[in-house]
Design a protein around this ligand. Structure first.
Ligand code: SF4
Length: 560
C-alpha cells in the first residue's frame, strides 16, 4: 500500500463538495469506474447521475475509481499497490461489483488498465466466483457492446435509472440465496435491458460476417434498450463539485434527453429516442438550488436550443443573479433572448455546427439547416457582441466530393465576411475556430452500412482546408487525427473478435499498429468495408426501437 497514493486521494477528496460517504455494514459494495482520468470522468454528467442513483439505494454503497495518471500508475506498480477507490481507499477486488461507465470507444483499452491495476483477471472467462462482478453501461456500450464483451459480465443497454435498481434486487436475491456467479447471471435473464454476453454464441460465415447470434437458455434473442418515460422523476445534475474538472466553474443540469432531428450521421438522434424534455418548474428549482453552490448553470442536452422554454429558463437564472452556459446551439433556432443571456453571462464564444459546407451534402446527412440559417446565426451572435465563433465540421461523409470540401472553405469565408460587415465600427474583431472531425459511421444510424473514409483521403482533405485558410486572418483550424478515427470506427462497429485486438493493444502499451500486426484479425474488414443490407451486424440483437429497414431506406434516400 502506498501512502503517497492515499495522500493523493485524500487531497482530491478534500477539494470536493457533495461526496457521498456511507457505512459499509451489510451493503452491496459497488465501485463505479470511469475509464479515463478524474478530470474527464468528473466532467461527465452521466457519471455523477449513476453515482447519485446507486447511493440512493439503501442497501448499496457506491464509491468511485478513475484511471490513474501516468505517474500514479508507476507508483501503483513500484509499490505493488492494488487500485483502490477514492472514497475509502479500499482495493477494487474487495468490492462486490465494479461498474464501468463508458462514453467513448477509445476508452475501451483503459478498462483493461483499470482491471489490471486492480489485480482482476481481464477476461471474464478467467474470473471465478471470488472476483467482483463486472458491469458496464453508457452510450458507447449501449450502441455496440460486442468489442468489449470478453471482458464484461453484464451490460446495461440504454438509460440506467430504472433498470439498475432491478438489477440490484436480482443480485441481492442471488447473494442471499447463496448463488454462484453463474446462477446470479442466469437470474438476470428476465430483466429488460440487461445483456449477459457469456450466454450468447456467435457463428461466422466464411466471408467473416455473422451467420447467427444465439442466446442460451432463457436469455432473450433481442435485448430491448431501456429508456425512462418521465425524466422529471429523476434529477440529473452535478452531484459532486470539484475544482479539478473542465466544468469546475458551473453546476450542470440536463434539460432534455434525445433529439427530435434524427440527422443521419448522429447516434444521439436515434438511440435516445423519444425526445423528452423536463418541466420548466422542475428545472428552475434545480437551477436555483445549483446557484447556492455555483454562480453559473450549464444546461446540457443533445440539442439544447430545441428546449421550448429556453429563453424563459435562461432569464430566470439571470434574474436570480446567476449566469448561464449552453454547449452548442442549432443555427436555425438561435433566439435573441438566449444570446443576450449568454452575453450577460460573460460568454466570449458560441458554437454552431454547420457540419458541412454545401447545401447538397447537408441534405445528404439530413441536417435540416440552411446556409442562410448559419450566416444569420453568426450575425445575431456578433451583433450581440459575442466576438468568437466555433464551427463544427465533419469530413469523410457519404457522397462527399472534393467540391464539398471546397464549400467548407467558401462557407467559412462567407461567415467571416458577414462578421466583418456586422462588426463594422467595433474596435475588436473576434476569432472563428473550425473544429474538424472525421465522420465515424455509428451503429443504429442510417450510415451504419457505410465505410470509414480512407485515412490518406481524410488527411488530404484536412490539408486542403488548412492551406486555403492559412492566410485568412482570425481563423484557426483544429482537427482530430484521422488515425484515431480509424481506431474509433473499428471499436464502434467491431464484433467480439475485436476484443482480441483491444487486448493486444493493451499488452503492447497502446500500440495499435503492432496489435493489428500481431493478431490474425484484419481491422480493415470492420473499418473500410461497405456492408450489405442483409448482413447481420454485431449490434443487431439490440432493439433500439428503430427498424433496420427504416434506417436502410434513409441510407438509400441519402445516396440518391
Ligand atoms: S446532430 Fe444535433 S440536431 Fe442532429 S440529431 Fe444529432 S444532436 Fe440532434
Amino acid at each position: 500500500m502506498s501512502w503517497s497514493l492515499i495522500n493523493n486521494a485524500r487531497k482530491v477528496l478534500i477539494q470536493e463538495r457533495g461526496t457521498i460517504k456511507k457505512a459499509r455494514g451489510g451493503k452491496i459494495t459497488v465501485a463505479i469506474a470511469y475509464p479515463n482520468l478524474y478530470y474527464i470522468g468528473m466532467s461527465n454528467l452521466g457519471f455523477h447521475t449513476i453515482y447519485y442513483h446507486l447511493n440512493s439505494l439503501p442497501d448499496v454503497l457506491c464509491e468511485r475509481v478513475f484511471l490513474p495518471d501516468k505517474d500514479e500508475c508507476l507508483i501503483y506498480s513500484s509499490t505493488n499497490t492494488a487500485l483502490f477507490t477514492l472514497e475509502s481507499q479500499k482495493p477494487l477486488y474487495q468490492f462486490d461489483i465494479i461498474a464501468f461507465s463508458i462514453s467513448f470507444e477509445n476508452d475501451y483499452i483503459n478498462i483493461l488498465k483499470i482491471l489490471d491495476l486492480a489485480r482482476i483477471p481481464l477476461e471474464r472467462r478467467e474470473r471465478n466466483n471470488g472476483y467482483p462482478l463486472i458491469i458496464a453501461g453508457g452510450v458507447a456500450s449501449s450502441l455496440n457492446p460486442e468489442p468489449v464483451s470478453d471482458f464484461i459480465d453484464i451490460f446495461v443497454i440504454g438509460e440506467g435509472e430504472e433498470v439498475v435498481p432491478e438489477l440490484f434486487v436480482s443480485y441481492k436475491k442471488g447473494v442471499e440465496n447463496g448463488y454462484k456467479k453463474d446462477e446470479i447471471l442466469e437470474g438476470m435473464a428476465d430483466i429488460v435491458g440487461v445483456y449477459v454476453p457469456g450466454y450468447y454464441t456467435v457463428d461466422y460465415k466464411t466471408d467473416g460476417t455473422i451467420m447467427d447470434f444465439e442466446p442460451k437458455g432463457r436469455f432473450p434473442k433481442k435485448i430491448k434498450k431501456r429508456w425512462v418515460k418521465g425524466i422529471d422523476k429523476f434529477k440529473t445534475h452535478s452531484v459532486i463539485l470539484t475544482p479539478n474538472t473542465e466544468f469546475s466553474n458551473m453546476f450542470l443540469i440536463e434539460i432534455s434527453r434525445g433529439c427530435k432531428w434524427s440527422c443521419r450521421f448522429c447516434a444521439a438522434g436515434f438511440i435516445y429516442r423519444p425526445y423528452r424534455k423536463r418541466g420548466l418548474g422542475n428545472l428552475g428549482e434545480t437551477a436555483i438550488n445549483g446557484l447556492k453552490d455555483k454562480d453559473k448553470i450549464g444546461l446540457v442536452g443533445a440539442a439544447v436550443s430545441d428546449y421550448h422554454m429556453l429563453p424563459e429558463l435562461c432569464e430566470l437564472i439571470l434574474a436570480r443573479g446567476g449566469k448561464v452556459s449552453l454547449a452548442s446551439l442549432r443555427a436555425d433556432s438561435l433566439d435573441d433572448r438566449v444570446v443576450r443571456c449568454l452575453k450577460a453571462s460573460g460568454h466570449k464564444t458560441i458554437s454552431l455546427a454547420p457540419e458541412v459546407g454545401s447545401e447538397r451534402l447537408r441534405e445528404v446527412i439530413g441536417k435540416k439547416i440552411t446556409e442562410e440559417d448559419v450566416l444569420r446565426a453568426a450575425e445575431t451572435i456578433i451583433r450581440s457582441d459575442i466576438l468568437n465563433l466555433k464551427l463544427y465540421f465533419l469530413i469523410g461523409l457519404p457522397a462527399e466530393t472534393l467540391e464539398d470540401i471546397e464549400e467548407i472553405i467558401h462557407l467559412v469565408k462567407k461567415i467571416k465576411h458577414r462578421i466583418l460587415e456586422t462588426s463594422r465600427g467595433k474596435k475588436r474583431l473576434g476569432r472563428v475556430t473550425l473544429s474538424i472531425n472525421s465522420f465515424i459511421p455509428k451503429p443504429a444510424t442510417p450510415f451504419q452500412w457505410h465505410p470509414f473514409d480512407d485515412i490518406k483521403s481524410l488527411n488530404n482533405k484536412l490539408k486542403v482546408i488548412r492551406n486555403a485558410l492559412k492566410k485568412e486572418g482570425n481563423i484557426t483550424v483544429i482537427s482530430d487525427l484521422p488515425k484515431w478515427g480509424y481506431v474509433q470506427s473499428l471499436l464502434s462497429r467491431g464484433d467480439r473478435r475485436v476484443g482480441r485486438i483491444i487486448l493486444a493493444a493493451y499488452k503492447f502499451g497502446g500500440d495499435w499498429k503492432r496489435a493489428f500486426r500481431e493478431t490474425d484479425i484484419n481491422p480493415d474488414f470492420y473499418v473500410y468495408r461497405q456492408r450489405y443490407f442483409e448482413e447481420i451486424f454485431p449490434w443487431d440483437f439490440i432493439d433500439h426501437g428503430i427498424r433496420k429497414e427504416h434506417l436502410f431506406a434513409e441510407y438509400q434516400k441519402a445516396l440518391r
